[in-house]
Design a protein around this ligand. Structure first.
Ligand code: BF8
Ligand code: SF4
Length: 706
């Protein structure tokens, strides 16, 4: 490789805070291969589009409102900046809602196929959750067979997409105050598809031309995601694959194994990947892998498919969004299986430079250069076997490999149900301890740090900075999606991180026995945050609704429309939300005002864009402290706490994880959902059926270069 100047080093260092990524970027450069990171150097964002000042809704345009007086200009049809920016924003919301919700619909279709006995290999894993969900949906359960209930749940869920009258049923899970507010404003979502279609209609040329009204429709559309498609997706995934409870695993590219057949699942849906988990553990296939010269079959994940199987089976995560190309660059991936969303087209040509077979599986998502093996829930186990066999056959074709030796331990799997259980046991689950801690000021507030990676900012930097600062300042953090993965790679999802928590937070976490940063799952699982916040709000002592809580939601490195939809539904549910990177409505003072002051007045929550990490953090604390003051809670004072803690937490969680590893070794059924593990006596393993031992430095080692 050429010698590097200081400037080169700085430029590379600015791309990621993850040493594995930096190592792989240097490797890519050495191989003369490009990645999203290097393409971003030459492809600068268009400043007009980036700020929301470009309209390409009709062919009289595209109209671009630029210059000092841009806000006084209009497009050819007379549309002003507020309309143009809001219209584009609303369409982003609709795109995100469509993506999450279509995923939710597919989950409901799978549940239906399971209920009618047409989906071999799947079954209802969590009957308790099925009963709970049936209760929300008004479906009788008493004296009925599991599949009878499941069929009704699937049909009522599917009806939520296209019903011709009524509201989305899950909106009833919001606080009474929130439901009343939505009704009063006329933004209770009616049917999921309808809200997406309506936004597309309103933002067609020449329809809704009032920024405030357009943005109001975006709020309603987003609610069809958070309290509709995404929430259904989470619930049905729990029914089919088990409601998560804590388990340990590992994260980062070092989870790839030099001497095993590596299969990566990437995308968002848990359906095929759950079957791949089983296939990767099939003794017959393992024997075939050994006959092909490998030591075994190693499954790992990227993006939210990874989160889905990490949370339920402990399958290790190879990385987040910007790791997808880096994984292929290791040369050690026999097959990368993708389903839908956040999959880069670049994987097609890149995988052709290696022996890696890129396998597309969804009829909705094909990529030139990939092998298409269509997933069909009616023959899922066969498809999974076919894919694993393709990987085994491909093992012999490996060239030189380069696996960066970085892998961090993490604990994941904190569902709403598990948090309840942790705070009072199977029969007395509640959020009382957490609420009391917030009221007393031991916990200053709550923060959700969620969302993507984006090459426009240093990978993982904003996410990890926020997590680090929050826990040091006694703010409890929940994470999902690629942000969870970023936090984990930096070591913040390991129980040891309690040492970095502030004195009050540490005391509480030790007492309850949970870590200060909780991995709640994939991006559709942001709906878990909605239900957690709703319970915190109704538990007592912290007001009556989400907009009373000392809480913020951050998406420091947002990238796609789904993130915009999530941010919007949190705002519509009463949360203060801050995004980084840049604002898609920056060009319009009016749209910016509407989404901040305007929405705060309307729904109590808002959406701000603050690209600077220091400013984002300062604003977060300001918002949290303002809510504490409004609730007349004692001012946060860290000097009061920190004396009562001991290592109870470590002892508890370590024992819990060790018990489960031990059970897994004994062959106790590990696929499933022991939400109440002590009540049900189930266990998860770590994805490869083995207990992982942690070295004295708290890190696990393996993989490595060959
Ligand atoms: O749905 S966080 S980059 S992977 S969009 Fe995509 Fe963003 Fe990652 Fe999961 Ni979510
Ligand atoms: Fe231009 Fe109006 Fe057409 Fe948009 S809808 S491209 S602003 S003429």
């Amino acid at each position: 490789m050429d010698e590097k100047t200081n400037d080169d080093v700085k430029q590379v260092a600015a791309k990621s805070i993850d040493p594995a990524a930096l190592e792989m970027l240097a490797h890519a450069e050495g191989c003369g291969l490009e990645t999203a990171f290097s393409r971003a150097d030459t492809m600068k964002p268009c400043p007009i589009g980036e700020s929301g000042a470009c309209c390409r809704i009709c062919s009289m345009g595209p109209c671009r409102l630029v210059g000092k007086d841009a806000e006084e200009k209009t497009g050819i049809c007379g549309a002003d900046m507020g309309t143009i920016a809001s219209r584009h924003f609303a369409r982003q919301v609709a795109g995100g809602v469509a993506a999450h919700s279509d995923h939710g619909r597919d989950m409901a279709m799978t549940l239906r196929a399971v209920a009618t006995g047409e989906a071999a290999g799947y079954k209802v894993k969590d009957e308790q959750k099925l009963h709970t969900v049936a209760g929300y949906l008004g479906i009788p359960t008493s004296g009925r067979e599991v599949n009878e209930i499941a069929l009704d749940v699937a049909d009522v869920a599917l009806a939520q997409f296209g019903q011709s009258h009524g509201d989305i049923v899950y909106t009833k899970r919001a606080t009474p105050k929130r439901q009343a507010k939505w009704r009063e404003l006329g933004i209770t979502p009616r049917a999921i598809d309808r809200e997406v279609v309506e936004v597309m209609h309103r933002t067609h040329e020449g329809v809704d031309l009032d920024a405030e009204n357009i943005l109001k429709s975006a709020l309603r559309c987003s609610l069809a995601d958070g309290w509709g498609g995404a929430m259904l997706s989470t619930d049905i995934s729990d029914i089919l694959f088990g409601t998560p409870s804590p388990l340990s695993s590992e994260v980062n590219l070092g989870v790839l194994k030099a001497d095993q057949v590596n299969v990566i699942v990437h995308g968002h849906e848990p359906t095929l990947s759950a079957m791949l988990v089983e296939a990767s553990r099939d003794p017959e296939l393992i024997a075939e892998a050994k006959a092909a010269g490998a030591e075994g079959i190693n499954l790992a994940g990227i993006c939210c498919t990874s989160n889905e199987i990490l949370m339920r089976y402990g399958i290790p995560a190879a990385g987040n969004f910007l790791h997808q190309e880096l994984a292929v660059l290791t040369g050690a991936v026999e097959v990368m299986v993708v389903d839908v969303q956040c999959i880069m087209q670049a994987l097609g040509p890149l995988s052709q430079r290696f022996h890696t077979k890129l396998v597309t599986t969804s009829p909705k998502a094909k990529i030139p250069g990939a092998t298409h093996i269509e997933f069909d829930e009616h023959r899922a186990p066969e498809t999974a076997h076919e894919i694993v066999r393709l990987a085994i056959a491909n093992y012999a074709n490996r060239g030189p490999i380069h696996i960066p030796d970085y892998h961090e331990p993490l604990v994941a799997g904190f569902s709403h149900e598990y948090l309840n259980y942790m705070q009072g046991g199977f029969h007395r689950g509640s959020f009382r301890p957490l609420n009391d801690a917030i009221i007393a000021g031991r916990i200053r507030g709550l923060a959700g740090v969620v969302g993507c990676n984006n090459v426009r900012v240093t990978q993982d930097e904003g996410i990890v900075e926020m997590i680090k600062r929050f826990i040091a300042d006694d703010v409890m953090v929940v994470v999902t999606g690629c942000a969870a993965n970023a936090g984990a790679k930096a070591g913040y999802l390991s129980p040891e991180i309690l040492d970095h928590a502030g004195p009050g937070l540490r005391e509480v976490m030790e007492a309850i026995g949970i870590p200060p940063v909780l991995h709640l799952g994939s991006c559709v699982d942001n709906s878990r945050i909605l239900t957690v916040l709703t319970q915190v709000a109704t538990e007592g002592g912290l007001g009556e609704d989400i907009d009373d809580l000392p809480a913020v939601g951050l998406c420091p490195e947002w990238m796609c429309e789904k993130a915009i939809a999530i941010g919007t539904y949190f705002a519509a549910s009463g949360a203060h939300v801050i995004f980084g990177v840049s604002s898609p409505v920056k060009a319009s003072t009016e749209a910016t005002r509407l989404m901040t002051e305007g929405w705060e007045e309307m729904v109590g929550g808002d959406l701000e864009f603050i690209p600077d990490w220091d400013a984002m953090y300062a604003r977060s604390l300001e918002l949290i402290d303002a809510k504490r003051a409004a609730l007349k809670l004692p001012q946060y004072d860290p000097s009061q706490y920190g004396d009562s803690g001991d290592s109870l937490f470590f002892a508890e969680i370590k024992k819990y994880l060790a018990d489960r590893a031990e059970e897994a070794e004994r062959g106790v059924e590990t696929v499933g959902s022991p939400v109440y593990p002590l009540a049900e006596g189930h266990s998860h393993d770590h994805g490869d059926g083995q207990a992982h031992s942690h070295g004295p430095d708290g890190h696990t080692h393996g993989g490595g270069e060959a």
